[in-house]
Design a protein around this ligand. Structure first.
Ligand code: PLP
Length: 454
């Protein structure tokens, strides 16, 4: 059965606490408090290497292909320590805002190794990207092409590499994908309507832009390869149409991210399975179209960082609620919709939890794991069994919380956002420190200065 726990995780046994990266969770919590995002560095780098090696093998020129690059989708989680490791392991970086771009540049990522995404990039964001010598701007609309050309002209940039975000009509998520002829969503330029071809013409005609690639991103937490395969065919057909129409054979295609992970018991394809299927699709479709194969990029976010983090919480109030049939134990922890509960609330996402400081006695009780926020929907896990001996002060661990947890965290109820601490070989290192109340009060000009409150 697939497991959501990271490589170095050893569960609690008796009175012995669980360990991650060779450190007992009780030691981590003593040092850094709860809630805490703990990164298993070995799990993380293992995932980076798996994607790089799979792409290298599947898209090798010996396979009749033109190589592939892996871009880490930094919106899943970003900080300079992580991006530096990504670069050391051969990854490039996707950003979707000026803020994510600033973190990538602060990490020392060269502009040419960064791709900028977004359906509503501001002029300031585009200017910052051009100043950084961005490797590719993935444009999402015709007005953006006009704006980018104006800015490139003003900054006297000779040729900005432009990718077109194409809507292929394929949407995927979890186990299924759907193909629709028409798109009714905010992202991209439709292949079917002719919008993508029109955009290709506009880029080709813009003196300071260069049509460098076509891009697709079909969804998230995708658990089969079928959606990516179908969408890739459409993208390659568009590439052949552009070649016939404009005489430009676009050199690269970016097949996006969205590769699923195990949260509970899901069995996603491995990086090798995804890349082999996609390489075969590119080879076959290009042969059928009579076009040489393009260089390929893939953009995993969740698949790299998701399984590498475990969140540690402390148990607070435990309340028994009488139901028509029996009782339910409401177990509260010291976080919630300000950190990991947003995903269950937005997408109905499922998670597992384990008691991490010890194995409490007692029979399993039907339980519900809830956060501390003023919202009854603040539910991390709707139905789980927890031992009756569970008590205030015990620690709970939730695996697979690396993606879209800390990165979507907020300050609702004026909670401070949790730290992110990397652990490996018995050592810990702070990647993001815990936010302090003084950080929040510093935004409020009416509050006394931090020095006065401390
Ligand atoms: C969000 C996003 C990704 C990464 O998605 P995951 O599901 O985290 O792999 C990749 N590319 C684009 C354009 C995205 O918007």
């Amino acid at each position: 059965m697939p497991s959501p726990w990271p490589a170095t995780w050893i569960p609690a046994a008796g009175d012995t606490p669980a360990t991650i990266g060779g450190l007992p969770v009780t030691e981590l919590v003593r040092q850094y408090g709860t809630p805490l995002f703990a990164v298993d560095t070995h799990e993380l780098t293992g995932r980076m290497d798996a994607w790089i090696q799979a792409a290298k093998a599947a898209f090798a020129p010996a396979q009749g292909l033109a190589n592939a690059d892996i871009y880490y989708a930094s919106k899943a989680f970003t900080c300079t320590a992580l991006l530096k490791i990504a670069r050391e392991h051969g990854l490039r970086v996707d950003v979707a805002s000026g803020g994510e771009l600033a973190v990538a540049l602060a990490a020392g990522i060269p502009g040419k190794e960064i791709a900028l995404h977004g359906n509503n990039k501001s002029a300031a964001e585009l200017r910052a990207a051009l100043r950084a010598g961005i490797g590719r701007v993935v444009v999402d609309s015709l007005p953006e092409i006009t704006l980018l050309e104006e800015l490139a002209d003003l900054q006297e940039i000779r040729k900005v590499p432009v990718f077109l975000r194409v809507t292929t009509g394929v949407h995927a998520g979890a186990n299924e994908f759907v193909a629709t002829a028409h798109e009714d969503q905010k992202f991209g330029l439709a292949a079917a309507s002719g919008a993508a071809l029109e955009a290709a013409r506009a880029v080709a005609a813009a003196p300071h832009l260069e049509l460098a690639g076509l891009h697709m991103h079909i969804g998230s937490q995708i658990l089969s390869t079928a959606g990516h395969e179908a969408s890739t065919r459409t993208l390659l057909q568009l590439r052949a149409s552009i070649a016939a129409d404009l005489g430009i054979l676009v050199p690269e295609v970016d097949l996006g991210g969205g590769f699923g992970i195990t949260y509970v018991d899901e069995a996603p394809p491995t990086p090798a399975e995804f890349t082999e299927k996609l390489a075969a699709t590119v080879r076959d479709e290009c042969a059928a179209l009579g076009t040489p194969a393009p260089r390929v990029s893939l953009e995993p976010g969740r698949s790299i960082i998701g399984p590498a983090m475990v969140t540690l919480y402390e148990v607070g109030t435990i309340k028994s609620v009488a139901l028509a049939a029996g009782e339910r134990s409401y177990v509260s922890f010291d976080g919630g919709m300000t950190d990991n509960v947003l995903r269950p609330m937005l997408y109905g996402s499922r998670y597992l939890a384990a008691v991490a400081n010890r194995v409490p006695d007692g029979d399993p009780q039907p339980s519900r794991l809830v956060g501390k926020h003023c919202e009854s929907g603040d539910i991390m896990i709707r139905d789980l069994d927890l031992p009756s001996g569970l008590a205030r002060g015990d620690l709970l661990a939730i695996p697979a919380t690396g993606a879209y947890g800390r990165s979507m965290a907020s300050n609702y109820n004026m909670l401070t956002r949790p730290p992110v601490v990397a652990v490996a070989d018995g050592e810990s290192q702070v990647w993001l420190r815990r936010e302090r109340l003084t950080d929040l009060l510093a935004l409020d000009p009416g509050a006394p200065t931090p020095a006065a409150t401390e």
